[in-house]
Design a protein around this ligand. Structure first.
Ligand SMILES: Cc1cc2nc3c(=O)[nH]c(=O)nc-3n(C[C@H](O)[C@H](O)[C@H](O)COP(=O)(O)OP(=O)(O)OC[C@H]3O[C@@H](n4cnc5c(N)ncnc54)[C@H](O)[C@@H]3O)c2cc1C
Ligand code: SF4
Length: 568
């Protein structure tokens, strides 16, 4: 006797998209989420719970959306020379809560470009990287991109970005209001010949889908939205629940994917409830949407679907270049969404960029999307000033918040087999499960691209009116300093974009899931998160992982979408 046709593990953008699609196709599903529920009531009409507020202590320091790194530590090392680990604690954590990282993100939702799916064929290999083509193309994904933009609610201007891939239609909403600082930095970028544009964002610019327009409260990235102007993933989860065919169980920590005797077919999952009591759910299909860190951790801990030995390998984060500028005038970065403008120019290298790449010993390099954004929150700022009588003066003047502006380049991170998630040999979480461990060192590609493009970003920052500018990276590069040893957490990448740990491909010897996101080893087990990415591109992963999840769900239920063509 089955409990549901589909069981989905994880309620982030990937799991929520899958649940929305299968329930619309008439299938029933149970979604299990290990975190607590602060998002929506679990009885009809599934109204927002109203638990979110503009409260930095609650969200940033008290881990309101989880996970608490003391209870669920991850560990980090750069390579085996660091021993078993450099430290244990917070490593690129995404929230563990109903809605996952979608609740927390400020939701810049660009699409990948055509070339991003064919990097090996179009630009070629790079030594010591496992660059490959995806088994699907941009054209295969376009109908699903268009549909998730409508179901999440993305505000953007389809004609604004000259580097954007083709689209079958416009965004469902126009872009929202500009941040003042972004108007200065975008104008300077244009003077430099770059092509800034208003960021496609999953926050309503007008009332949409029964939710209000964003009021630009300023507490966006790292915070739940108090008015639910952000649609991802509350819109999808609510729609799935409203069908009456979806049951959501928070505080249900999946510890096992159960298999039949052949080990080629999943029978369901086993989970622990908040009291530590074990339950089993039996289903026809199991969908893993735990995020690209927790999905391989779960598979490795129950030894499932890893005949290739590749589960956890090819881990990618974006390599972040952070160019900071100090202004004499306030930029009011505390108002508005966290980022309102982007530019893509450094993803599409010019002949000058290619010359620089060759000088660095590489056939080419690519940077990533550049976010024009504000800097710190009030308490983060307060911690940077010395205590004493000058503190209030410093806070009022706000040199390190209101007068700062930041470019964040999400640099393409090449896949490398040695970068991976595995199980720490001795650290465990509060449930007794082995902690996930990251082994990660950036490739020379990322470091060289960052050095090269940082110079342009600093020049643009100064032209925008900054009195000074400098650049740094996450993770830091070079020797470990005394400061790093004092605060080793800063050595881990901080992008919150995690990808690649169950890569997609046609050959079971060199990939983990097939082009339909099903595991090669276990046919009724699917993956609906960014674990399946083959390369990282230089764009935020969330829209692409949601489009892939939607495509996988439709292929499963037989509800596929016809191919699309460019609009107009
Ligand atoms: C501050 C911030 C800003 C961001 N900004 C952007 C942005 O602008 N653009 C962009 O593209 N991306 C952004 N991101 C990243 C984005 O949040 C992630 O790409 C996205 O959330 C990943 O979705 P997912 O569904 O794959 O996984 P997640 O959102 O991580 O959801 C996975 C869920 O699974 C649950 N889970 C895990 N293991 C288990 C288990 N064993 N049992 C039960 N449940 C489990 C987790 O608790 C979690 O709720 C940002 C992230 C943060 C934190
Ligand atoms: S800036 Fe807008 S979308 Fe972001 S949390 Fe505030 S109201 Fe919500």
């Amino acid at each position: 006797m089955l409990d549901a046709r589909v069981v989905i593990v994880g309620t982030g953008p990937g799991g929520a998209t899958f649940a929305d699609a299968v329930t619309r196709a008439g299938w029933d599903c149970i979604i299990l989420e290990k975190g607590r529920n602060h998002l929506l009531e679990l009885e009809p009409p599934f109204a927002p719970k109203g638990d979110f507020s503009n409260d930095e202590i609650k969200f940033v320091y008290r881990h309101f959306l989880g996970p608490d790194p003391l209870l669920e530590p991850r560990t980090f090392r750069r390579d085996h020379n660091d021993g078993d680990r450099l430290f244990s604690g917070e490593v690129n954590n995404l929230p563990s809560t109903v809605g996952g990282g979608g609740v927390h993100a400020d939701g810049k939702l660009p699409r990948f470009r055509e070339v991003d799916f064919r990097l090996h064929s179009e630009l070629g290999p790079i030594e010591s990287s496992t660059i490959d083509d995806w088994p699907i193309t941009y054209d295969d994904l376009e109908p699903y991109y268009a549909e998730v933009e409508r179901s999440i609610g993305v505000a953007g201007d389809a004609d604004a970005n000259p580097f954007a891939s083709w689209r079958s239609g416009p965004y469902p909403m126009p872009p929202g209001a500009d941040m003042f600082g972004a108007t200065l930095s975008a104008a300077a970028a244009e003077r430099r010949g770059l092509h800034p544009y208003r960021a496609p964002t999953g926050a309503n610019s007008v009332a949409y889908d029964g939710r209000p327009a964003c009021n630009n409260c300023g507490f966006c990235g790292m915070y739940g939205c108090p008015i639910h102007a952000k649609g991802d993933p509350i819109a999808l989860l609510r729609r799935a629940l409203l069908t009456g065919r979806c049951e959501l169980r928070p505080e249900s920590h999946v510890v096992d994917v159960t298999l039949d005797g052949s080990r080629r077919s999943a029978t369901g999952v086993r989970y622990l409830d908040s009291g530590g009591v074990s339950h089993e759910v039996r289903s026809e299909y199991v969908v893993l949407a735990c995020g690209a860190f927790e999905t391989p951790r779960l598979l490795l801990s129950c030894d499932v679907a890893n005949s290739s030995g590749l589960v956890g390998h090819n881990l990618m984060f974006h390599f972040q270049t952070l160019t900071v500028g100090g202004f004499s005038v306030p930029l009011f970065g505390s108002r508005g969404r966290s980022v309102t403008h982007l530019h893509d120019d450094h993803i599409v290298p010019t002949s000058l960029d290619l010359t620089a790449a060759r000088e660095a010993g590489l056939p080419y390099f690519r940077g990533g999307i550049v976010e024009h954004g504000a800097a710190a929150a009030p308490i983060m700022e307060a911690k940077t000033y010395s205590p004493g009588s000058g503190h209030n003066v410093s806070m009022r003047r706000s040199d390190l918040r209101d007068r700062l502006w930041v470019f964040t380049m999400q640099g393409e991170d090449l896949p490398q087999s040695s970068n991976r998630v595995d199980l720490d040999p001795s650290v465990r979480d509060v449930f007794g499960r082995p902690s996930g461990r990251v082994t990660y060192l950036p490739h020379d590609h990322e470091v060289a691209a960052s050095r090269h493009f940082a110079k342009t970003l600093e020049e643009v920052m100064l032209d925008a009116g900054a009195e000074w500018s400098f650049s740094t990276t996450s993770p830091p590069v070079g020797e470990i300093t005394a400061l790093d040893r004092h605060n080793p957490l800063g050595l881990a990448p901080a992008s919150r974009h995690v990808m690649g740990t169950c890569r997609m491909g046609d050959d079971p010897r060199s990939s983990v899931v097939n082009r339909e996101s099903r595991f090669h080893d276990v046919d009724n087990l699917l993956c609906a998160d960014s674990s399946v990415f083959v390369t990282s591109a230089g764009y935020g992963p969330t829209l692409t992982l949601a489009a892939l999840s939607l495509r996988a769900a439709y292929l499963l239920t037989g509800d596929t979408r016809p191919p699309t063509t460019p609009a107009g």
